[in-house]
Design a protein. Structure first.
Length: 485
């Protein structure tokens, strides 16, 4: 026994052309005993591929007709030739007739050009949803895996491999990057147009713009460059501790002006118009230290408290162990745990000079001979020396964290636990065998951050091109048709 299903799709355009497609699927009863109820993924692929082919052909045909008349004299332009164009969609690759219209000889005598209307609606030879979906998956998981996931659910051609995913991801990344570059350029020229959405409440923690910025190290694939390169990862936003961290940006350009431009662009998106308090929180990396100086004033730089705390923590552990076990060094350093805690307390309250002095004398104390506990003392000494160097070189950026904390302001970058950092990490750092080009990594991250900022779709749907300006109204393609490119 079997049931035969017929699926019919019918379309009609403004020229009165109709399009009808029928598709039959046979379903036997026997398969029910195997638990196969209803349509399967494979059936779905087959159905959607057939319907898509009908719809795309009809739309391509209609659009080509829209673009046939000369925009100046409204007569039909002559045909140059017909070829076949393959358009890749989420529901398979569709072959369509691809006409080329000559430029009107009456209006443009002597000119010998042609236009391919389908190129306008499909510049990538793929629909934008497919480009976007591929890029989004490619930014989230290894390219090979993304290609498999796509093929699992969609009637994708077997030739669309990880190389296709990579190519599309980088192309979309480049498109987003170009867009941000153009916007950045505009931001720079508009910095005087100051209509900030400022809340004039003194002491309001929402008034402060916080830039949490960090770097991620990525293994380089380029044979002639260093083993690693850095990506700058940041979030820009308003609001205090516990509130969402704001917009993400990632850039592979570590030049001061590049980081500043990206920061200003992101800040502008969250309401910054060139004045107001900006606070940059970083771990004190050299390339990030230069940012606050390049920003409009007032911009303050503070060291991420988390980074300081993480340098003190192992020292505390060793000291606690010494005290608990009352081992040899305890006799010489009976107050070591309290001394370290005191250094931490001073740093938390921004008393850097005092903390540095305390740390110096603590290190002097550690230099005396310590019997057989040499190892823990040597370790403590080296950790203490690192902390001292860190405190000295970041002296001006270690502030009263206690006060900021009580005021509800951020004292640490929210990046440590943020999605981007774990993503840069998961996608690029953790898998040690994976190597990246700076260009590829930068472009991939443009896709990832646009997605995290919730704007990937909108940014890609911005009109790609304008139709000919004086095209007759009825033949002017409607925005949705254009945007579908
Ligand atoms: Zn003409």
């Amino acid at each position: 026994m079997a049931v035969e299903w017929t699926i019919t799709i019918e379309g009609k355009n403004e020229f009165g052309d109709t399009c009808r497609k029928e598709l039959r699927i046979d379903k036997t009863w026997e398969r029910l005993f195997d638990g196969d109820v209803g349509l399967s993924v494979e059936d779905g692929k087959k159905i959607m591929a057939a319907l898509q082919s009908a719809v795309v052909n009809h739309e391509a045909e209609t659009y080509a007709q829209f673009r046939r008349p000369c925009p100046d004299c409204h007569t039909f332009r002559p045909v140059k030739d017909y070829t076949t164009r393959r358009i890749r969609t989420v529901f398979g690759t569709v072959k369509v007739r691809n006409p080329r219209w000559m430029i009107c000889r009456d209006c443009y005598p002597g000119m010998d050009g042609a236009l391919a209307p389908l190129k306008e609606i499909c510049p990538d030879r793929a629909m934008s949803e497919l480009m976007e979906l591929t890029a989004r998956l490619g930014s989230m998981m290894p390219y090979r895996q993304a290609a498999k996931v796509l093929a699992e659910f969609l009637p994708i051609e077997p030739t669309e491999s990880h190389a296709t995913v990579r190519k599309r991801t980088i192309r979309i990344g480049k498109r987003l990057d170009d867009q941000i570059m153009r916007e950045t350029w505009r931001v720079r020229s508009q910095m005087d147009d100051r209509h900030q959405l400022e809340m004039q409440l003194p002491g309001d923690r929402r008034k402060e713009f916080v830039v949490s910025i960090d770097t991620a190290h990525v293994r380089s694939a380029e044979p002639n460059s260093a083993r690693n390169f850095e990506l700058v990862v940041a979030r820009c936003g308003r609001g205090g501790r516990g509130e969402p961290g704001g917009r993400y940006f990632v850039t592979g350009s570590t030049a001061q002006h590049a980081i500043r431009d990206r920061t200003l662009h992101s800040l502008r998106e969250v309401g910054y118009r060139g004045f107001g308090d900006v606070t940059v929180i970083s771990d004190g990396a050299e390339i990030l230290k230069r940012l606050p100086r390049a920003m409009p004033k007032p911009t303050a730089h503070i060291i991420d408290w988390f980074h300081i705390a993480m340098k003190i923590q192992p020292m505390q552990q060793i000291a606690d162990h010494i005290v608990r076990s009352r081992s040899d060094p305890f006799d010489a350093l009976p107050t070591i745990d309290r001394d370290i805690r005191a250094v931490k307390w001073r740093l938390w309250h921004g008393r850097v000079d005092r903390a540095i002095r305390d740390l110096e004398s603590l290190l002097t104390g550690l230099k005396q001979p310590q019997g057989n506990a040499e190892f823990s003392i040597a370790r403590l000494h080296s950790l203490g020396a690192q902390l001292l160097t860190y405190a000295r070189s970041n002296r001006g950026a270690i502030i009263d964290y206690g006060k900021r904390y009580r005021g509800g302001l951020r004292v640490a970058t929210t990046l440590a636990e943020s999605a981007v950092n774990s993503l840069v990490g998961k996608r690029m750092v953790k898998k040690q065998q994976m190597r990246w080009s700076l260009h590829g990594a930068h472009m991939l991250m443009q896709v990832r951050t646009a997605e995290l900022n919730g704007e990937l779709r909108n940014r890609l749907r911005a009109p790609l091109r304008q139709p000919e300006r004086n095209a007759p109204l009825i033949f002017k393609p409607k925005p949705p048709l254009l945007r579908a490119a």
